[in-house]
Design a protein around this ligand. Structure first.
Ligand code: URA
Length: 254
């Protein structure tokens, strides 16, 4: 993974902020001894060895991944499935938690449930979902090999983009799901998921093609299947992204 030195400051700020969000009391970065000390609010201390600044960022974020609060996705689902933290809770039919292999090395993250998903309680079961299945099939995966989830668990009205505050309210759920699954790779489907998770305004076209980092996982960005249904021209790029994803998957799971 290559992290440009220019990006380090921004990445560190982001990583430190995410530590603060989960209740870290203080982070001591000692580059001379290549050690990073994270003092947590519960009085525990993590000391991490770091070889480089890029790794420093990875280490902080891996530590952010931390230990899950729940011992299974089922237990987590039971706790949150009646969520009313944002207005989408009032208008949903079903809470769309996620589907697939709870130990998957690869997780796909979409935007939010549409009409079909809201009725069934499962992500990507409508037209875009059928196309996602075909894409998966082309790289020799089924839904049982991977895990699929969304930035928000409840359907935004009229299929609009989820609002920043809705994604903010839902993000602890996504983080806990990732802590439980511990994927090595994440594929972000579309601009909304990509810009939110990578905390950037960079256009999707520019985010494609290289691996990013989120919570210690390698992240590849590609077009949302719904966009592919509208713009055939994206198919070729998506195919290239999927080849890259599959090749990296084979490497990291070898
Ligand atoms: N689009 C998404 O982003 N997620 C779904 O689950 C369905 C369509």
């Amino acid at each position: 993974m290559n992290t440009k030195p220019d990006d380090i400051h921004r990445l560190l700020k982001k990583a430190v902020k995410s530590q603060i969000d989960i209740g870290t009391k203080e982070i001591i970065i000692n580059r001379n001894s290549a050690k990073l000390q994270i003092n947590k609010c519960d009085g525990q201390t993590d000391v991490l060895n770091v070889a480089s600044e890029a790794e420093l960022f990875n280490q902080i974020n891996t530590s952010t991944l931390g230990e899950p609060e729940f011992d299974s996705l089922e237990a987590h689902y039971d706790k949150i499935c009646n969520c009313q933290k944002c207005p989408l809770g009032k208008t949903r039919n079903k809470f769309v938690y996620g589907v697939g292999n709870p130990h998957a090395d690869l997780v796909f993250i979409g935007e939010g449930p549409g009409r079909d998903e809201d009725l069934k309680g499962e992500p990507f079961v409508g037209r875009a979902g059928k196309l996602l299945d075909k894409i998966l099939e082309a790289i020799k995966f089924t839904r049982d090999d991977i895990y699929i989830l969304n930035m928000v668990k409840c359907r935004p009205p009229e299929n609009r983009d989820p609002l920043p505050e809705e994604m903010e309210a839902c993000s602890p759920y996504l983080i806990e799901q990732l802590r439980l699954i511990k994927p090595k790779l994440i594929c972000l489907l579309g601009r909304v998921a990509a810009q939110r998770l990578l905390d950037t305004k960079t256009p999707l076209g520019k985010l494609r093609g290289t691996f990013h980092n989120f919570m210690g996982a390698e992240v590849l960005v590609t077009y949302h299947p719904a966009a592919l249904l509208r713009f055939q021209a994206y198919k070729r790029d998506t195919w290239e992204d999927m080849q890259k994803l599959k090749a990296r998957y084979d490497e990291v799971t070898r």
